[in-house]
Write a protein that binds this ligand. Structure first.
Ligand code: SAH
Length: 544
C-alpha cells in the first residue's frame, strides 16, 4: 500500500514539474527537477543535461525503489557539477568533499550528493543516468538499512541494477585471473577511495560478488538483506537472508570463479600451455581469460627479473609493497584488456593513424619495424603492406587476436605477439625502426624509463623511433596522460637524439575527433646506454 502511494506521489510530482522539465531552484543560479524524492539540481553550465537526466530517472527510480523494497525516508538532492571552477559555494564544497576521480558521490546523512558531469563516462559508469542510479542506490539503501551496509554491497547492487545481474564482470575476471586472486571482500571498502585502478577493480569485484549472490538466491535477496540490516549487524543480516555466513558465500564465489583456470599456471611448456588453453576454449570466454592470466604471470616474472638485475627491492614502483600488487606495467594492462573486451576503444579507429601513413609515404620508415603497443594492428599492417618486416606486440590478447585475424584476411605477412612493452629486451631481436602510436602516454613516470631502455635494447644504432602521443594542448583530462616536449626529451635523454617533435593529430573514433598530439622522431645513437648513470645528475651517457 505504502509502495503504491509513494509511486503515485512520485508520478504526480513529476507531472507537476512538467514531466521532467527544469525550473528555477530555490537556490539562486540553479535549476532543478524533482523526480519522486530525488531532486536534481544544476547550475546554468549543466542545465542542458538536466531534462534528459530527469526523464531517465523517472524510468528507473520507481523500479529501483520497488526492488530495494523500502521507500526513501525523505527527499534528497543530487547536484550536477560541471567541470571547472564554480562560484556556487555549495557546489565548490561538495566538489571538494570527494576524491577527484569520483564521478558521483552522496552524503546520505545530509541527503545531498554530486555528479561530476565530466567524469560520468568513466568506468563503471557510462553516462549521467548511471551515476545518478548509483547515488540513488546509496541513498535508498541508507534509508533501508540505516547505514549498516558495507560499501561493496551498495556498489555491487548499484552496478547490478545498471547492467544485468546475469553478467560476469570482465574486469574482475581479467584482473583476478591476471593476478591469480580475487580481491577479498574485506579489502574492498578501502579500495573504493584508493587509486583509480584499485577502485575500478573494487567496483568490478563488488558487482561480480553481488551478481553471483543474486543468481544464487534470487533478486529478492537484496531487499531481504537490506531490511534485515536495518535491525541487526550486517553479517547477521546476510546469514538471515541467505542462510549462509558471509565467509561461506565469499568462499563459494571464489571457488566458482577460479575453478576453471586454477591449473593453468602449473603447466610450463608453452605447447602444453597453449594446448591446455585450447581445451579451455570450450568454456565460453575462458580462453581469453586464461591467456591473460598466463601472460600476466609471465610479465610479472620478467619485470621482477629485470628489477632484480637492477638491484631494486620491489617491482610495484607506486609505493605499494612488493608482492601485494602486480608490477605496474602488468597492472595497468587490466584496463586495456577490459577496454578491448567491452567494445571498441576510442583509439581503435579501424585504419592506420594518418601520421604513420604520412611517415611511411615520406620514406621515414626503414627496414624492419617494431610496433610497440600495436593494438589491433592497423599501423603495423599498413607498414607491412608496404613490404617491411613488421612485428607488433601488445599486452592485450584480444587486440593481438584481432590484429592476427586482419593480417590473415588481408593476406599481409606480419608477426603479432602478446608481449610486455616494458620488457622489450626479452624479444631478443633488433629492429631498424620502432613506432609507438599511443603507448608512451599510458605509462606512469617510472615506467617511461624502463620502456625507453627496452626500446634502446631492440633498436639498431642509427635506428629511429617515431612516437605519437597526446600533447598538453589537448584540453580536458579524459583519456591518456598529456605529454610535453620536455618530457619526451627527458625520457630520451640518454643514448638518443631527438630529431624533431612536431604538433600532430591522434585520430579517435569519438565525437571529439582528433586529439592534439606530438609526433616525435628520435634516433638511437651508437653509444651504449650506461645504466649506472640512469637518473643520476651529471652521470648521463649522452645528452641530446
Ligand atoms: N597503437 C595502437 C594502440 C594504442 S592504445 C593504436 O594506435 O591503435 C595503447 C596500447 O598499448 C593498447 O593496445 C594496450 O593494450 C597497449 N599496452 C599498454 N600497456 C602495455 C604494456 N605494458 N605492454 C604491451 N602493451 C601495452
Amino acid at each position: 500500500m505504502v509502495r503504491v502511494v509513494l509511486t503515485l506521489a512520485a508520478l504526480s510530482l513529476l507531472t507537476a514539474s512538467g514531466a521532467g522539465s527544469a525550473e528555477r531552484a530555490a537556490t539562486p543560479g540553479r535549476f532543478r527537477v524533482q523526480v519522486g524524492a530525488c531532486i536534481i539540481e544544476a547550475p546554468p553550465a549543466a542545465r542542458d543535461q538536466l531534462d534528459g537526466l530527469a526523464a531517465r530517472a523517472a524510468e528507473f527510480l520507481p523500479r529501483l525503489e520497488a526492488s530495494i523494497g523500502a521507500p526513501p525516508a525523505g527527499p534528497y538532492r543530487i547536484i550536477l557539477i560541471p567541470p571547472g571552477r564554480s562560484d556556487d559555494p555549495e557546489i565548490t564544497a561538495l566538489d571538494r568533499s570527494a576524491p577527484p576521480w569520483a564521478a558521483g558521490f552522496v552524503q546520505p546523512r545530509r541527503r545531498v550528493g554530486g555528479i561530476r558531469v565530466a567524469r560520468a563516462e568513466h568506468y563503471p559508469y557510462s553516462d549521467l543516468a548511471s551515476v545518478l542510479l548509483h547515488e540513488a542506490v546509496h541513498m535508498l539503501l541508507f534509508d533501508a538499512a540505516g547505514g549498516n551496509l558495507p560499501r561493496w554491497f551498495e556498489e555491487g547492487v548499484a552496478t547490478g541494477f545498471e547492467r544485468d545481474w546475469g553478467l560476469r564482470d570482465v574486469l574482475v575476471q581479467s584482473s583476478s585471473l591476471l593476478t591469480g586472486r580475487l580481491p577479498a571482500l574485506a579489502d574492498l571498502d578501502a579500495a573504493f577511495d584508493a587509486s583509480d585502478t584499485r577502485a575500478r577493480a573494487a567496483y568490478a569485484a563488488s558487482f561480480d560478488f553481488m551478481s553471483w549472490t543474486v543468481r544464487r538466491h534470487g533478486e529478492g535477496v537484496v531487499r531481504d538483506i537490506a531490511r534485515a540490516a536495518g535491525r541487526r549487524p550486517f553479517p547477521e543480516a546476510w546469514k538471515e537472508a541467505t542462510g549462509a555466513t558471509l565467509a561461506q558465500s565469499e568462499a563459494e564465489w571464489r571457488r566458482g570463479s577460479l575453478l576453471l583456470y586454477r591449473w593453468i599456471p602449473a603447466l610450463t611448456g608453452s605447447t602444453v600451455l597453449w594446448g591446455g588453453i585450447t581445451v579451455l576454449a570450450l568454456a565460453a570466454g575462458a580462453r581469453r581469460r586464461a591467456r591473460s592470466r598466463a601472460i600476466r604471470a609471465r610479465f610479472e616474472a620478467e619485470e621482477r627479473r629485470e628489477a632484480d638485475a637492477r638491484g631494486e627491492a620491489g617491482t610495484g614502483g607506486h609505493g605499494e609493497a612488493a608482492g601485494a600488487q602486480p608490477a605496474a606495467g602488468a597492472r595497468d594492462l587490466v584496463f586495456f584488456v577490459d577496454r578491448y573486451a567491452t567494445g571498441t576503444p576510442p583509439w581503435d579507429i579501424g585504419r592506420p593513424q594518418p601520421e604513420f601513413v604520412r611517415l611511411a609515404a615520406e620514406g621515414a620508415i626503414r627496414g624492419s619495424v617494431l610496433d610497440a603497443g600495436c593494438g589491433t594492428g592497423e599501423n603495423a599492417l599498413h607498414i607491412a603492406g608496404l613490404g617491411h618486416e613488421v612485428w607488433g606486440i601488445d599486452g592485450a590478447p584480444l587486440a593481438i587476436e584481432k590484429a592476427q585475424a586482419r593480417a590473415r584476411e588481408r593476406g599481409i605477412a606480419a608477426t603479432f605477439l602478446i608481449g610486455n612493452a616494458l620488457t622489450l629486451a626479452t624479444l631478443d631481436r633488433m629492429f631498424d625502426t620502432a613506432i609507438d602510436s599511443g603507448l608512451f602516454h599510458v605509462f606512469p613516470d617510472d615506467d617511461r624509463e624502463r620502456y625507453v631502455q627496452g626500446l634502446a635494447a631492440v633498436l639498431n644504432p642509427g635506428g629511429r623511433c617515431f612516437m605519437l602521443c597526446f600533447s598538453e594542448h589537448e584540453p580536458g583530462t579524459d583519456g591518456p596522460r598529456r605529454v610535453t616536449q620536455d618530457e619526451i626529451r627527458a625520457a630520451f635523454r640518454d643514448g638518443w637524439r631527438v630529431d624533431s617533435i612536431r604538433a600532430a593529430r591522434f585520430e579517435t573514433n569519438r565525437e571529439i575527433g582528433a586529439a592534439r598530439a606530438w609526433l616525435a622522431a628520435i634516433t638511437r645513437l651508437e653509444e651504449p646506454i650506461t645504466p649506472a648513470g640512469r637518473g643520476v645528475p651529471g652521470g648521463r651517457g649522452v645528452t641530446a
